[in-house]
Design a protein around this ligand. Structure first.
Ligand SMILES: Cc1cc2nc3c(=O)[nH]c(=O)nc-3n(C[C@H](O)[C@H](O)[C@H](O)COP(=O)(O)O)c2cc1C
Length: 364
């Protein structure tokens, strides 16, 4: 099944393998991508990835999560973003842009005084965050919509809203970070209002036929956090809010759940978020993308054939081996050589993500 076509609304993908959003850290200070990012997308397309999802791009200057993050907060960036889509389309590939606001989870280097649903500091955030006013909430909702419009104008094939990993959308959903007493906080309906308004505003801006995805943190890994039952209840509204597909991940990670597991080397360690994917499948008919530790073709096929997910996405394996899908399709490789050691982040600014694990000859 892995190499059969699949559809997400009007978006036809030639196989079921997705590159999960991966912050490449290959942008200038103003958010414009460096030429190396275009080369990376070209390599992934040549490697036969069905859909590339870009690393998260910030929708507003106060939502910039870390240095070297790609920006989508200004119309001035559209021409440079279009160069990325052209590079992929020349090779008949498909690329979606992931849009994000870091909220309280922005690095002090990029946002010294961040905004969040409620005033809060450590241990939830790295630094003290200020509570957003009602006007600031409305402005940020519009910033998501404008970012999505820029994505469409830059010829991305889809937009993915980042609704996971403890960033702003997770912060509104989670009782760990949302202590508001107004219509944006309190019960689940109020805590999910921000996400609902973001989805609806984005949909209005991009029109009814443009493919719109979300990466959704369906549960936090902490006792007082978002439960998977509450996450699933939110997810059951996605179709009515205008979304076309959902990638399942976690919100605030914690002891019980993590978005990135270290040391996935055995089959039984793969597909570590599958229980959450199954929960999602019970609550939506939308196409589902499963992520988290997919390494061998056998496990990927099982998840697709089982009907739990429609697509499989990978991050770290495609940093190490961007041509993995092509090699799997040709029968040259059944399993990724990624050992999930988490040595993918740049060692210094300007270098971008790269696999720093020993080369194959030393691991074999
Ligand atoms: C270097 C790096 C950067 C990442 N950046 C993002 C990101 O920008 N947006 C996002 O949703 N997830 C991001 N992730 C998480 C991955 O998309 C994925 O959910 C996670 O790594 C699990 O998949 P894997 O086991 O295939 O690596 C990142 C992961 C890594 C390793």
């Amino acid at each position: 099944m892995l190499f059969t076509p699949g559809k997400i609304s009007s978006l036809l993908l030639h196989n079921r393998l997705v590159r999960s959003a991966t912050a490449e850290r290959l942008a200038h200070d103003d958010g414009a991508p460096k030429p190396k990012l275009k080369e990376l997308y070209r390599t992934l397309t040549e490697g036969d990835v069905g859909l590339i999802i870009t690393g998260h791009a910030y929708i507003a200057p106060r939502g910039k999560c870390h240095p070297e993050m790609t920006g989508i907060h200004s119309d001035d960036l559209i021409p440079s973003l279009r160069k990325l889509t052209e590079a992929v389309h020349e090779l008949e590939g498909r690329v979606a842009v992931q849009i994000n606001h870091g909220g309280g989870n922005c690095s002090p280097e990029t946002v010294p005084s961040p905004l969040a649903p409620s005033e809060q500091g450590a241990p939830i955030f790295k630094q003290q965050a200020q509570e957003m006013t009602e006007d600031e909430i409305e402005e940020i909702i519009d910033a998501y919509a404008q970012a999505a419009r820029r994505g469409k104008e830059a010829a991305f094939d889809a937009v993915q809203i980042h609704g996971a990993h403890g960033y702003l959308i997770s912060q509104f959903l989670s009782p760990l970070s949302n202590h508001r007493k107004d219509r944006w906080g309190g019960n689940l309906e109020n805590r999910s209002r921000f996400l609902k308004h973001v989805c609806q505003a984005v949909r209005r801006e991009v029109g009814k036929d443009f493919p719109l995805l979300i990466k959704f943190g369906i549960a936090d890994g902490q006792d007082e956090g978002l439960s998977k039952e509450d996450g699933a209840a939110v997810l059951s509204h996605f179709q009515e809010w205008g979304l076309d597909g959902v990638e399942i991940s976690v919100g605030f990670g914690g002891r019980r759940l993590k978005s990135i597991h270290k040391g996935v080397t055995k089959e039984e360690e793969e597909a570590y978020l599958l229980p959450l994917v199954k929960k999602a499948r019970e609550n939506t008919d939308l196409p589902i993308i499963a992520v988290g530790g997919y390494r061998s073709r056998k496990i990927m096929e099982q998840v697709l054939v089982g009907g739990w997910a429609d697509f499989i996405s990978m991050s770290r394996p495609l940093i190490r081996e961007p041509h993995l899908p092509k090699r799997m399709k040709a029968g040259e490789q059944e399993k990724s050589n990624c050992i999930s050691a988490n040595h993918c982040w740049p060692e210094e600014d300007g270098k971008g993500i790269a696999c720093k694990c020993p080369p194959l000859s030393e691991t074999d």
